[in-house]
Write a protein that binds this ligand. Structure first.
Ligand code: SAH
Ligand code: SF4
Ligand code: F3S
Length: 442
């Protein structure tokens, strides 16, 4: 059993976990293949944030009828694995491995168990103070690298499964994070993205005792690192030192994703978010009064139990007031084990859809207006790729905007020549609601 296939669902934490899992497998002599049909070991790294996400893995597992799945070993990793545990063996008897992210440090041992023919291997304990740091991480992108700084979550937002699927918060030492950043810079990476479910509650467990703002500032000073991003910030723990750090160092991207979830203080209270609308607006004010033009993005949940039309209108007013650069809007989804299950006043699905669409439409108009203001300006981008269908290079601004562009001198990647991975100036000539377009500045 030496070839494997892995498919990853969910957030960037999961994407990066998969990079570490792949590295661990390759280190043990496994080869990664692109199609599940060709693999002896088939792994799904799963997400459980909403019901739809959870269902995906069961669909995948059912896609393999007895004959095509014969001789293969199946493993379910990640948040659904942690949440459902051994029940997965009942629902999908051809699965042999079920392990949550808090157990990945034991992955080498679990692999040995599988290799020696064990057909019921589990890693489900959340009782850990360890983080999964491995020197074998196989990164998918040669220019941009993820670094996990904190795992787990100690908040208890009433709708959210993460505290149950990822366990308690564990921060890495600042020394280990800085060592990884320096190693990445030496290997040619120029962009780093610091990851955690709540990066703001980062606390250096070593005697250095750095907080997140300090860690962020120092990462931006690593020679060779030109952009540093971070996700996700919980508003309750977001401090003005973070804004000051962004103001002081251009390498720190001027983009903050600060999920508000709702504009109504009473909904926020039921959500157990631990901040009010006014607390949140104070944080926005810090960013709006910064020297740099900080792009603010957010997540919103519509149709949380008990959300009245009046609460919803407060969210509408909030987005008009803040004018976010972009946002993700989700319909509330009931999740196992979560405190919100106790609420009875659930909103009908059609009403959730209506609110989602109303919000989407309003936000689309805001984005169109905001993006139009960039036309005629020159923006500095990190080139992330090339889109063959549109024959444009794909650039990303410090504010995390997509800026597609043409370069008359290099219309497409040619033998040995590419713009991917470089930083350059682009003149914005057009704006849509979700992206900008332009041409390379001469
Ligand atoms: N740790 C991050 C985000 C975690 S999940 C944070 O605290 O902000 C990403 C987003 O999914 C959340 O911001 C929230 O908007 C959404 N989400 C989480 N649970 C959900 C649920 N049960 N139903 C709908 N959306 C949900
Ligand atoms: Fe979930 Fe809240 Fe933790 Fe974010 S902070 S992962 S929404 S419990
Ligand atoms: Fe999903 Fe788990 Fe991330 S539930 S969003 S993969 S933390």
């Amino acid at each position: 059993m030496k070839s494997f296939y892995i498919e990853t669902f969910g957030c960037q934490m999961n994407a990066h976990d998969s990079e570490k899992v792949v590295g661990t497998l390759v280190e043990r002599g496994y080869t990664q293949v692109e199609r599940p049909e060709d693999a002896e070991l088939v792994l799904y790294n799963t997400c459980s944030i909403r019901d739809k996400a959870e269902q995906k893995v069961f669909h995948r597992l059912q896609q393999f009828k007895r004959d095509t799945g014969k001789g293969k070993v199946f493993g379910v990793l990640g948040c659904v694995a942690q949440q459902e545990g051994e029940k997965i063996f009942e629902r999908a008897p051809h699965v042999s491995l079920v392990a949550g992210s808090a157990s990945y440090t034991k992955l080498p041992e679990m692999l040995i168990q599988l290799e020696t023919g064990d057909r019921r291997v589990t890693g489900l304990s959340l009782d850990t103070d360890q983080t999964f740091d491995t020197p074998f991480t196989r990164r998918d992108n040669p220019h941009r690298a993820y670094i996990t700084i904190i795992e787990g979550c100690d908040k208890s937002c009433a709708y959210c499964v993460v505290p149950f699927t990822r366990g308690p918060e564990r921060s890495r030492t600042s020394e280990s994070v800085m060592r990884e950043a320096a190693t990445l810079a030496e290997a040619g990476y120029t962009e780093i993205q610091l990851l955690g479910q709540n990066v703001n509650s980062y606390r250096d467990p070593s005697s250095a005792g750095w907080d997140f703002a300090n860690l962020l500032a120092r990462t931006g000073e690593v020679p060779g690192i030109r952009s540093v991003r971070f996700t996700t910030s919980h508003p309750r723990d977001f401090v003005s030192d973070i804004v000051d750090a962004i103001d002081r160092n251009e390498a720190l991207c001027n983009h903050v994703h600060l999920p508000v979830q709702s504009g109504s203080t009473s909904v926020l209270k039921k959500m157990q978010r631990q901040y009010t609308r006014d607390d949140y607006l104070r944080r926005i004010e810090w960013m709006k009064s910064a020297k740099r033009d900080i792009a603010i993005t957010t997540d919103i949940i519509v149709g949380f139990p008990g959300e009245t039309e009046c609460d919803f209108q407060e969210t509408m007013r909030l987005i008009d007031e803040i004018e976010y650069e972009s946002m993700f809007i989700f319909k509330y989804s009931k999740r196992p084990n979560t405190p919100a299950l106790q609420y009875e006043d659930h909103i009908p699905e059609e009403e959730k859809t209506r609110r989602l669409m109303v919000l989407q439409e309003r936000q689309r108009a805001i984005q169109l207006r905001r993006n139009a203001a960039y036309v005629g300006k020159t923006e500095h981008v990190h080139v992330e790729g090339y889109n063959m269908a549109t024959a444009q290079w794909i650039g990303r601004t410090s504010q995390h905007k997509t800026l597609n562009f043409i370069d008359p001198d290099l219309a497409a990647p040619a033998e040995g020549r590419t713009l991917v991975g470089t930083y350059l100036d682009v003149l914005v000539t057009r704006a849509g609601p979700n992206s900008l377009a332009g041409e390379r500045a001469q």
